[in-house]
Write a protein that binds this ligand. Structure first.
Ligand code: NAP
Length: 250
């Protein structure tokens, strides 16, 4: 019998999956049996390398370029998935950027680009898959937010506002979609080793983490796999699952 968490026969779209947490999520969902669409914006080689890794492990995946902050590109991405696969069961809104700076000096363009991708991009992708999922009366949407949405962070007013917005969006869409069997949850990572955190001063960060270490992308991917799994997470919706080594206990 297949394991209870098996996604065999399902199709998962992971945004921003060419590296870091998104790549780990793509690999994890493919290992669970899903056909994974590896979205990326500007790194085709890296995305193809993720696809090759999944295929080498016996999984199924293909890559598709789209800037998920762009409405037309998002519509085209979802259309391409449906045209090729005929279904879309899991959406992981993972693509994200940082443009850090103290608020007093923050450029409007740096505010806007982070809101456009990290918040509006989640809205655009969610809206684009909603018709298909609601019609199918099934689907899982998992949004990657951040613990800074809960605690704030100096130098990240744009990023923490966008990620806090994602939590509100998660809860509202969960409430709207629940009657059709579509769940929407968020995963809030703490500090995870990736390109995004590579240049941070680690000493003060490690002091704030009870488990005493940074997290690994695979540890976020495990939480996403759980929330995508049926029946394991079928009765969970509108929730924020923190994967942060105990950094923010509420
Ligand atoms: P990362 O290593 O910088 O990877 C970001 C990914 O997003 C890349 O695959 C990139 O692809 C893609 N991307 C960037 N702009 C895009 C766009 N406009 N459209 C589509 N894809 C785009 O970041 P990460 O650390 O893995 O973070 C992944 C998610 O976790 C983000 O939402 C981030 O905010 C969140 N998060 C990370 C941490 C952490 O500690 N690392 C903590 C909390 C939350 P291209 O290279 O092709 O542009």
């Amino acid at each position: 019998m297949p394991p209870a968490t098996s996604l065999a026969g399902q199709v998962a779209l992971v945004t921003g999956a060419s590296r870091g947490i998104g790549a780990a999520i793509a690999q994890e969902l493919a290992a669970a049996g899903a056909t994974v669409v590896v979205n990326y914006a500007s790194s085709p080689e890296a995305a193809e390398a993720v696809v090759a890794t999944i295929q080498a492990a016996g999984g199924q995946a293909w890559a598709h370029q789209a800037n998920v902050a762009d409405e037309e590109q998002v519509e085209a991405l979802v259309k391409a998935v449906l045209a090729k696969e005929g279904r879309l069961d899991v959406l992981v809104n993972n693509a994200g950027i940082t443009r850090d700076g103290l608020l007093m000096r923050m450029k409007s363009a740096d505010w806007q680009s982070v809101i456009d991708l990290n918040l509006t991009g989640v809205f655009l992708c969610t809206r684009a898959v909603s018709r298909t999922m609601l019609k199918a009366r099934a689907g899982r949407i998992i949004n990657i937010t951040s613990v800074v949405a809960l605690m704030g962070n100096p130098g990240q007013a744009n990023y923490s506002a966008a990620k806090a917005g994602v939590i509100g969006l998660t809860r509202s869409s969960a409430a709207e979609f629940a009657s059709r069997g579509v769940t929407v949850n968020a995963v809030a990572p703490g500090f995870i080793e990736s390109a995004m955190t590579a240049d941070l001063d680690k000493e003060p960060i490690l002091k704030a983490i009870p488990l005493g270490r940074m997290g690994q992308p695979a540890e976020v991917a495990g939480a996403v796999r759980f929330l995508a799994a049926d029946p394991a997470a079928a009765y969970i919706t509108g929730q924020v699952l923190q994967v942060d080594g105990g950094m923010v206990m509420r």
